[in-house]
Design a protein around this ligand. Structure first.
Ligand SMILES: Nc1ncnc2c1ncn2[C@@H]1O[C@H](COP(=O)(O)OP(=O)(O)OP(=O)(O)O)[C@@H](O)[C@H]1O
Length: 261
């Protein structure tokens, strides 16, 4: 590992090279290169406005939906350039699922929330197959036992923590390989947060999970690797324990000791 965030060993799931993001005249991400491994939780931390969410959104081309945003550089998943003209962003987002800060279930039943992606991507051959996909996604999101008897009820009727797990179930239902989470616990109480954190730990068995968090405690609890961003730069990236106990860059050290941010 060198200090720019590149690994020399195992092949990375996600590789970024020389990524720049501009919002009109604002240069939000400055020459970021990073290798993100599979079956790992990677945390993005840093002060407000440093670009964590912007960089996360590059990984499933969500910045394409922002008219003033411009992304440059190279981002690959399993070696495939996700910005290649032949890549359909809708297909990409099935492969790279995203969970947002505020739980945002669709105004549909619990079942239909989870079935939505598999339906639009034609992943189920019949109703029984779809039922199986929905059940398996809800189980992966540790929600099945709580909702199996009320699948026809609205997703919006669940508690905040349950809604967030429903959104995780919706994301995993399309058999993604990468899960992006943008402050997924910030609207949750401590008990729901603990449940979602436990779930994140389990999800890494099947996915490369990347989480933006404002909570250093959360980054320390859930992630194996941490990337510290500051003013659009990726300042330091490495094994989470090392970043928190012996950061190499004075900016990282200032942030984790509470002097900036
Ligand atoms: N849609 C947008 N249009 C214009 N500028 C934006 C947009 N989104 C973000 N920015 C700017 O890009 C920079 C990085 O913002 P970003 O939201 O990625 O930071 P962040 O580290 O995730 O912040 P926070 O922790 O506060 O969510 C900031 O200067 C922000 O004002």
């Amino acid at each position: 590992m060198n200090d720019t965030g590149l690994t020399d060993t195992a092949p990375a799931k996600i590789t970024a090279r020389g990524v720049q993001v501009y919002y009109g005249g604002t240069h939000a991400i400055k020459d970021v290169s990073v290798d993100i491994p599979d079956n790992t939780v990677t945390a993005f931390i840093g002060p407000s406005g440093c670009g964590k969410s912007t960089f996360l959104r590059c990984i499933n081309r969500m910045n394409d939906t922002i008219a003033v945003a411009r992304v440059e550089g190279d981002i690959r998943i399993d070696g495939e350039d996700i910005y290649d003209r032949r890549v359909d962003p809708v297909q990409l987002r099935a492969k790279v699922g995203m969970v947002f800060q505020k739980p945002n279930p669709f105004p549909k039943s619990i079942y239909d929330n989870v079935a939505y992606g598999p339906r639009i991507h034609g992943l189920a051959k019949d109703r029984a197959d779809l039922d199986g996909i929905v059940e398996s996604a809800l189980r992966r999101a540790a929600l099945w036992e709580e909702v199996k008897d009320r699948l026809a009820q609205p997703g919006t009727g669940l508690s905040g923590g349950q809604q967030q797990r429903l959104c995780i179930a919706r994301a995993v239902a399309t058999a993604p390989e990468v899960l992006l989470m943008d402050e997924p616990c910030s609207a949750l109480d401590p008990i729901a947060t603990a449940q979602v954190e436990e779930l994140i730990d389990e999800l890494k068995q099947n996915y490369s999970v990347v989480i933006v968090t404002h909570s250093m405690q959360q980054a320390a609890r859930v992630s194996q690797r941490t990337a510290f961003f500051h003013l659009g730069h990726l300042v330091e990236y490495g094994e989470t324990g090392r970043i928190f106990t012996s950061p190499e860059d004075p900016r990282t050290e200032s942030y984790i000791s509470g002097r900036i941010g």
